[in-house]
Design a protein around this ligand. Structure first.
Ligand SMILES: [Zn+2]
Ligand SMILES: [Zn+2]
Length: 370
């Protein structure tokens, strides 16, 4: 048995490194059944013989036995004249399911072959892997990819060149037509610009019952975006004020989106349809907080009132009640609770309300008579 170890020999067909581009070492990887076997190995020339670049692969005893047994079989068939020398080499190659790869080297073409060494008379020769590196100055044949501007939503690219023509193309990328400046893949990508939006502008003002609409337009691609919004009272709806009170009386109004503009969009407040002088209330940020002055509240008639806040792009409403004294709710005047118009239009009169109002009217008449 002469086969104990697999080995590979790295040969150079480069006119004794005439171009001076032969590397000082190369990295190889043994493969078993096509998959990496062991770690990558860095191979450099033998210290005593600069032309000897050899790497071994020591097999386990079991592996050697297995290979040896199969090789013997093949050798016997060869010796028996059952196969040609070529068939013999091919069969040996197939027994050994090991192979080797070498990293590619710039300007060299690498081939791997199994070579057989002639054995002495009557003996089987061993085989080895020859990794042959043939020098061939690579010339790039470049394909240009035209530059393309990025848009708001799509990426673009700067011009670049790819060496992708022919079997020995290197697949490298360059930023110039001469192939002098190599660049990384995708380094030519120009990111999408994103829209250049205008400020939001009102399309339709909101009211307390209907959403408003606003839009913005991209100055670059003219894309238009619209959204709906509404102002509403988030705190203070249904407030009650007892005349003479020293409490604060506030309402908060919020915008359903972009609430940060609420304060700046404020223009005036109206109570029961009439503009309220600015001396009668104060405003504060967050979203918009309106505080009615006690003095002003005391001047309002007892009963229900409607507060309307006007913004430059909409409005919102809230209602509140004024009671004539701290005793409050027991002395609501008749006009405050009965909405005669409502009764006329709906025709629905609750028996309870009728009884109450009739009683109250009778009482009023008695008072007048007195
Ligand atoms: Zn190339
Ligand atoms: Zn755009």
């Amino acid at each position: 048995m002469t086969t104990a170890v697999l080995y590979a020999q790295i040969d150079w067909d480069d006119d004794n490194d005439a171009a001076g581009e032969r590397p000082e070492s190369v990295t190889v990887q043994w493969l078993k059944d096509g998959k990496p076997y062991g770690y990558p190995i860095v191979v450099s020339p033998d210290e005593d013989n600069e032309e000897e670049w050899v790497v071994d692969l020591e097999l386990t005893y079991a592996e050697i036995q297995e290979i040896g047994r199969k090789q013997d079989e093949i050798a016997q068939r060869y010796q028996a004249g059952e196969m040609s020398e070529e068939e013999f080499i091919e069969a040996v190659k197939n027994v050994i399911s090991y192979s080797i790869e070498q990293e590619s080297i710039d300007n060299y073409i690498t081939t791997v072959e199994i070579k057989a060494i002639e054995g002495a008379e009557g003996e089987t020769g061993t085989s080895y892997y020859q990794i042959l590196n043939t020098y061939k100055k690579h010339e790039h044949y470049l394909t240009k990819t035209e530059a393309k501007d990025a848009t708001c939503t799509k990426i673009g690219n700067s011009a670049y060149w790819t060496c992708d023509q022919g079997d020995d193309c290197c697949g490298k990328y360059f930023s110039d037509a001469e192939g002098t400046t190599e660049i990384e893949k995708d380094s030519w990508i120009l990111p999408a610009l994103g829209h250049n939006w205008s400020d939001w502008t009102m399309v339709k003002a909101s009211s307390s019952s209907q959403e408003g609409e606003e839009e913005r337009i991209c100055s670059r691609c003219k894309e238009k975006e619209t959204q709906k919004y509404m102002y509403s009272c988030t705190d203070g709806e249904g407030n009650t004020w007892n005349r003479g009170s020293k409490d604060t009386f506030t309402f908060t109004f919020k915008r359903s989106i972009r609430d940060e503009v609420t304060y700046d969009r404020f223009s005036e407040i109206q109570i029961d349809g009439k503009k309220v002088d600015e001396t009668n209330f104060s405003k504060q940020k967050g979203s918009l907080i309106i505080t009615l002055n006690p003095k002003y509240l005391d001047s309002l008639s007892a009963g229900k009132h409607q507060l309307k806040v006007i913004f430059s792009d909409g409005s919102a409403e809230a209602s509140f009640k004024v009671f004539s004294s701290a005793g409050g709710q027991h002395v609501i005047p008749v006009t405050g609770i009965i909405d005669w118009n409502h009764f006329q239009t709906t025709g629905i009169i609750s028996a309870f309300v009728v009884v109450i109002s009739v009683l109250l009217m009778m009482r009023k008449r008695k008072l007048i008579r007195k």
